[in-house]
Design a protein around this ligand. Structure first.
Ligand SMILES: [Zn+2]
Length: 475
């Protein structure tokens, strides 16, 4: 069943009382014909009543009664006054509430907006700097219309509340458009929506500003600037992998080289880079796009994510064929990235031959410099981490940081350069522990070293790191 956005001109012609009495939703008005949605489009009594009240010819379409009722509330909330025709569609409370929430989210640089049913109505939370925070509560009476409005904007079927759905739309904001991807999940309490906001035209990231330690950055740049290679960036969702790859591509000469990228989704537009967004429904998969790139004489190929064996195999063969390949992967750390690729079905000898460097990373919030405070390091932690320092910084909270104690984010990193020794170990199936030991000779240090250095420098706090970095190795 299709969904429609009622045309305010059509709504203005049908009296509110009549529309609600018959569950008749005015949809459109063209050439003197009023299109109306009814749960029973062949109900002649209703059609006659509409014709008499509007003096228009009436055409009917079928729509679920539930949907009609939702849309009626949205449509008629816009015109309580007598001069209804001058009222605009976006005056409806739900429309205003959605616009307000999205504008606040974009203004706060939120990456996601979570909308979920809660006891007192609808709960709205924003994810800012990687952490969810309460934003506002939507009145219970408005919640269904609020959800419907978001789903309508994203082109989703508002009549279907039982199946997970996804949609997308562009939100105009300060002379540009923010791309929004909306996903719904039917919960026992009602529908929950998550809106992911992508500012594709934000400034491209700078490798030097991502928070890589100086020595690691120099080693990484050397790997990126090699004529060929296979660089994998790993970490969980939301760890900044794509940003690292974007910053890596931005370092390369886009004019002299053919740079191609396949992503899901394209999070940011990059100058001089051919970017393709996968669309599995249309058959546009990672392997298909990669094979198409291979026929277009690429120099550098970026694979947004290797989530299956076929994609990993095609990426690997591109690297073996002499292209420079950048890819991301879900893995906990650099040594275990190798295990993960082998689990995906990649041949060890091919992997050993192609792989040049692995970065593993997390994002942590940085302490607000205006309000961070010195505090003694608890003695047990000081002993466990073998620290010489006696104090470090902890979060406090001020107006500048919305009382959170944190402002902005930075990455924590580890980099494993694949040299001859590690190459042999990868080929022969050595354990990730052994690979890590070999790589340490070439400068590899686990992520927690960088993490701890950032705590001692006051960049972030130990509490914040504990949220994202495992410390078992330090115990
Ligand atoms: Zn502060």
């Amino acid at each position: 069943m299709a969904t429609y956005a009622p045309n305010p001109q059509a709504v203005a012609r049908v009296p509110r009382a009549l529309a609600f009495r018959y569950d008749a939703l005015p949809l459109d008005l063209a050439d003197g014909v009023l299109a109306v949605a009814l749960s029973d489009p062949h109900d002649d009594a209703v059609v006659d009543a509409l014709r008499a009240a509007t003096r228009l010819r009436v055409r009917t379409l079928p729509m679920a009664r539930e949907t009609i009722r939702d849309l009626l509330h949205i449509a008629y909330a816009a015109e309580p006054a007598a001069n209804a025709t001058t009222e605009r569609d976006n005056d409806a409370p739900a429309v205003r509430a959605v616009d307000r929430v999205l504008a606040a989210a974009i203004g706060a640089h939120a990456s996601d907006v979570h909308v979920e049913p809660a006891a007192g109505g609808g709960r709205v939370r924003l994810r800012v700097d990687g952490v969810l925070r309460e934003h506002e509560t939507i009145a219970a009476a408005l919640y269904p219309a609020f959800v419907s409005r978001l789903k309508l904007m994203a082109g989703m079927d508002i009549a279907d509340r039982r199946q997970p759905q996804d949609g997308r739309c562009a939100i105009p904001f300060e002379q540009r458009e923010i791309d929004a991807r909306v996903a719904s999940v039917p919960t026992v309490d009602g529908e929950k929506l998550v809106v992911r906001l992508l500012d594709r035209y934000a400034a491209s990231p700078d490798l030097a500003a991502l928070g890589m330690p100086t020595a690691l950055l120099a080693r990484y740049r050397a790997a990126v600037r090699a004529p060929w290679g296979f660089v994998v960036v790993s970490g969980p969702t939301g760890s900044g992998k794509t940003t690292t790859l974007y910053a890596s591509l931005a370092e390369l000469d886009a004019d002299a080289r053919n740079l191609c990228s396949v992503e899901d989704p394209v999070e940011m537009r990059l100058r001089g880079v051919t970017q393709v967004q996968v669309n599995p429904r249309a058959g546009l998969t990672f392997p298909l796009v990669l094979r198409a790139f291979m026929r277009q004489d690429p120099n550098v190929v970026m694979v947004g994510e290797m989530r299956d064996g076929e994609t990993a195999a095609v990426a690997l063969s591109a690297a073996l064929a002499g292209q420079f390949v950048f890819a991301t992967l879900h893995a906990n750390d650099a040594p275990r990235t190798i295990d993960r690729l082998v689990e995906l079905g990649v041949a060890r000898h091919a992997l050993a031959a192609a792989l040049t460097a692995i970065v593993a990373q997390r994002l942590v919030r940085t302490l607000c410099e205006r309000c961070r405070i010195h505090a003694p390091i608890p003695p047990p932690l000081r002993a466990r981490l073998a620290l010489a320092a006696e104090t470090w910084y902890v979060a406090a909270g001020c107006r500048a940081c919305a009382e959170t104690g944190y402002l902005g984010r930075t990455g924590v990193y580890e980099l494993l350069d694949v040299d001859e020794a590690t190459r042999d170990a990868v080929a022969t199936g050595a354990s990730s522990v052994h690979v890590a030991q070999l790589a340490a000779r070439a400068g590899y240090a686990p992520m927690r070293d960088d993490a701890l250095a950032k705590v001692l420098a006051g960049t972030t706090s130990f509490d914040e790191l504990s949220r994202v970095v495992a410390w078992h190795g330090a115990r």
